[in-house]
Design a binder for this molecule. Structure first.
Ligand SMILES: Cc1cc2nc3c(=O)[nH]c(=O)nc-3n(C[C@H](O)[C@H](O)[C@H](O)COP(=O)(O)OP(=O)(O)OC[C@H]3O[C@@H](n4cnc5c(N)ncnc54)[C@H](O)[C@@H]3O)c2cc1C
Length: 395
């Protein structure tokens, strides 16, 4: 990594605003391909040690993301820090007898994926980035403004520095300032729901299974962590999430165990609780001359299948592929190829999640019967089922 002070007013091939899980991965991929990169990140560096408490935010990392993390040298590090492979996934309907189970053994795989805390992923990709001398990190700093010129984009930093680049990438999350300053439109779908997250211990072991119970109000997921505890993502109407946040620990434990149908017995311990508003969004377009958006800056989806980070990693793998060998990486031609390759997949995934959400939110008896019948039928078709899960998990 290069020293920040000596490089102000310097020119880079690519400046990435946002050094989160997605932006840092892109920086590594592009630097490894020989590009000079600057990353601007306003949060302080993530600290992690083996006795750090479990992060409230976790991600279900697909095999495709695992491959990208391996390529940048971050996978082994996060795996050694704290990662929990899961061998099965069970999804069932709270209003009927429909259920679907996926087993790694049936797929001929050692696991279906890994549940990894966001702080662990962040630490591993940031450390990988810091080892690359083609990367300059401006942290903590923030993009203040930028001007797109014919042959470059000029970026003013909040710290007062000015840098230029052929391409500016917005990897700065759902409230992307690159997107906003570029005047790129975004379509929102407000779910009026929040994701309540916490870490709990349960009477019964999680059996290395990712459990998801679909309730009318939204899915409740128990995701296995390496010490035997579970990370909870409970989708609820926002006022219900606020209500559950306000309960005493004991009342919350009882309510959660009940909502989960005591699948893993009682809840024996509960950690800190937080809730995040959920909304779907798609930027239109993802790219302009010298500007590209990736990850949550370009799109957000419902967390019910835990695909947010995975879609962002697919974005950056594709962007790196499209820029490979291109002389001027800011030219719209290569950027449009990236958008064409990624928008369809992102929209399909978003619609599929939306479809599940509406299907399970329906309480008409006829819909419930068809839904439960469909789940059980699907569960009895191993070839179809395994093909669907292979595609979804990037196996
Ligand atoms: C409740 C919940 C559960 C979820 N569960 C899952 C899951 O199981 N699996 C999954 O794949 N996804 C999940 N997601 C989605 C996932 O968290 C996001 O898709 C993912 O964090 C997006 O990564 P990103 O790097 O694009 O954006 P972010 O994680 O938002 O990172 C953006 C980065 O940019 C920085 N930044 C922002 N603005 C600026 C600025 N102006 N200047 C400099 N830096 C800036 C931020 O500090 C941050 O580091 C979940 C989301 C929610 C809400």
């Amino acid at each position: 990594m290069t020293d920040k002070l000596s490089t102000e007013r310097k020119h880079f091939d690519v400046v990435i605003n946002g050094g989160g899980m997605v932006g840092a991965t892109l920086a590594c991929l592009l630097a490894k391909a020989g590009r000079t990169i600057a990353v601007i990140e306003f949060a302080k560096a993530t600290e992690f040690s083996a006795d750090s408490p479990y992060d409230l935010r976790v991600s279900a990392i697909s095999r495709a993301s695992q491959k990208a993390f391996t390529e940048i040298g971050a996978w082994q590090v996060m795996h050694e820090m704290r990662a929990s492979p899961y061998e099965s996934m069970e999804v069932w309907d709270a209003e009927g007898n429909g259920s679907v189970r996926f087993d790694a053994a049936e797929l001929g795989e050692p696991d279906i994926g890994h549940i990894i805390e966001n702080q662990v992923i962040q630490k591993a990709v940031s450390d990988a980035l810091k080892k690359l001398d083609k990367v300059t990190l401006f942290q903590p700093d923030s993009l203040d403004s930028f001007t797109v010129n014919d042959d470059s984009v000029e970026i003013c930093l909040q710290s007062g520095g000015v840098i230029t680049a052929n391409l500016l990438v917005g990897a700065d999350g759902a409230n992307s300032s690159v997107r906003e300053l570029a005047g790129i439109d975004i379509e929102f779908d407000d779910y009026a729901q929040s994701g309540l997250v916490t870490v709990v211990n349960t009477e019964l072991h999680h059996q290395y299974t990712a459990w998801q119970r679909f309730q009318k109000t939204g899915p409740l997921a128990f995701l296995p962590l390496s010490d035997g505890s579970c990370s909870i993502v409970w989708t609820l109407p926002s006022d219900r999430a606020d209500y559950f946040l306000s309960l005493s620990k004991n009342d919350f434990k009882k309510a959660l165990a009940e909502a989960f149908d005591h699948k893993l017995g009682n809840i024996t311990k509960v950690g800190k609780r937080a809730a995040f508003p959920l909304r779907g969004s798609q930027a239109k377009p993802y790219v302009m001359e010298r500007i590209a958006l990736v990850g949550d800056a370009a799109h957000t989806i419902h967390p019910l299948a835990g695909q947010g980070v995975n879609l962002g990693i697919k974005d950056v793998v594709e962007l790196a592929k499209q820029l490979d060998g291109v002389v001027d990486v800011g030219k719209i031609k290569a950027l449009r190829r990236y958008e064409r390759a990624r928008r369809g997949d992102n929209v399909i995934t978003m619609r599929a999640m939306e479809g599940f959400r509406l299907l399970f939110g329906h309480s008409a008896n006829s819909v419930k019967s068809i839904r439960n019948f469909g789940m059980n039928m699907f569960n009895q078709l191993p070839l179809v089922k395994n093909e669907v899960i292979r595609k979804a998990l990037g196996l």
